[in-house]
Design a binder for this molecule. Structure first.
Ligand SMILES: [Fe+2]
Length: 391
């Protein structure tokens, strides 16, 4: 997804034999968009096609098909996801909660303390996680990917993985149903990141250590068409000895993102980090703010009439909001005017830096609220722009 990468042992030519200890290794070609787009080739002891049992799994809330969502007028919404308590005995899958979704993506959160035992394979979507709290190692069939607090962790569709962690995790979870990657304007016509892109190829971390037999599991939980099933093997089916190609999981720390600054206010799109079919992701990182004479660093009130805007507040003093907590998620539907809370606008004049850290998802199709997230909703948010003189 970023550049060509290679790990472990591969055959001298694609689709040619590779013998290890006298055994022919199985080639496993992992392709996108049929056979026409990016691909990787893994080499493993045996093709992963020998399940001995496939069992349907009880649906967990993070993957249930939407029941049509919560009917509502377009209101500015605020979810206090910091109040979400990890459910004991439920792992990463059981503790995922989707807040809102459309046909292009889901936006959700996960607060979990329980280790994931089975690997998980999302056949519906590419996934990007933002690690608000926690860290550890993402185990994947491409190898181990150590991750840190404030990393983005990106897992391509269909890659079996599991999180291993030693501390509670708070993740923002975004599923992209129709492709996910780096914004095209960041790339030159040959596919290399341009010099003025906000990151460089070296900022991305990929698996460099293949899994050892001691860390694997005989089960893979598969999600396809919003249905979960457990695929069981007699042994771990991905004894990978090497791979190469352009499809693999990767991590990027948000603090390695180089923000743009200007004399006067730049639109959110200047903070873009990832691009997908139907939505884009931005990040607001600690930075110098607008330094022109008389500049107002706070965002201007606006009506973005073609996008639903979702913002996850990671930490820091968010420039434009009051009543927002760490891990809050705000949702401003397309066309509903919004902007800074009144006193935030005036007080931002003369400010030189911001410590805010927030992740934004802008979708082009309307999002629909998930019913199970209603318990987190702040009922007063839509009217929180009113001051005493308005009432
Ligand atoms: Fe906005």
């Amino acid at each position: 997804m970023i550049h060509y990468a290679r790990c472990g042992q591969v055959s001298r030519r694609a689709h040619a034999e590779l013998h290890l200890n006298g055994e022919l290794q199985a080639e496993h070609v992992f392709t996108r968009e049929g056979f026409d787009d990016l691909y990787s080739i893994l080499y493993q002891k045996r093709a992963p096609t020998h399940e001995v049992k496939v069992s349907p799994l009880r649906m967990v809330s993070g993957f249930q098909p939407s029941s049509g969502g919560v009917p509502q007028a377009p209101l500015r919404a605020h979810y206090r996801t910091g109040k979400l308590v990890a459910r004991q005995g439920q792992d990463f899958l059981g503790n995922r909660m989707i807040l809102m979704q459309n046909s292009d993506c889901t936006v959700g959160v996960c607060h979990t303390e329980t280790q994931q035992e089975d690997f998980f394979q999302n056949g519906d979507a590419d996934e990007v996680f933002f690690v608000a709290e926690g860290g550890g190692t993402l185990e994947t069939v491409f190898g181990e990917l150590p991750y840190l607090k404030h990393d983005y962790v990106v897992v391509p569709r269909g890659v079996p993985y599991r999180f291993r962690f030693s501390s509670p995790q708070r993740l923002l979870c975004v599923e992209a149903f129709r492709g996910f990657g780096l914004p095209k304007p960041f790339l030159n016509h040959r596919g290399q990141l341009k010099l003025d892109a906000p990151y460089n190829e070296r900022d991305f971390r990929i698996p460099t250590q293949l899994l050892t037999d001691s860390v694997v599991s005989p089960n893979i939980v598969v999600c396809r068409n919003r249905t979960l099933s457990q695929h069981s093997y007699t042994e771990w089916p991905y004894h990978v000895v090497g791979w190469d190609g352009f499809v693999y999981p990767f991590a990027l720390n948000v603090h390695d993102y180089k923000p743009k600054t200007s004399t006067y206010h730049l639109p959110p799109t200047s903070h873009c980090v990832f691009e997908a079919q139907g939505f884009v992701m931005m990040n607001f990182v600690p930075r110098l703010v607008d330094y022109g004479e008389g500049a107002i660093p706070c965002p201007y009130p606006h009506s973005s009439v073609d996008c639903d805007e979702v913002l996850y507040y990671v930490e820091g003093d968010f420039t434009s909001r009051r009543g927002i907590e760490q891990h809050s998620v705000s949702w401003h539907p397309a066309g509903v005017p919004h902007g800074p809370h009144p006193e935030k606008y005036e007080k931002s004049i003369g400010v030189q830096r911001t410590s805010e850290l927030a992740i934004m998802v802008d979708t082009f199709a309307p999002l629909c609220a998930r019913e199970e997230a209603e318990v987190l909703r702040d009922p007063d948010y839509h009217y929180s722009w009113n001051t005493k003189e308005h009432l």
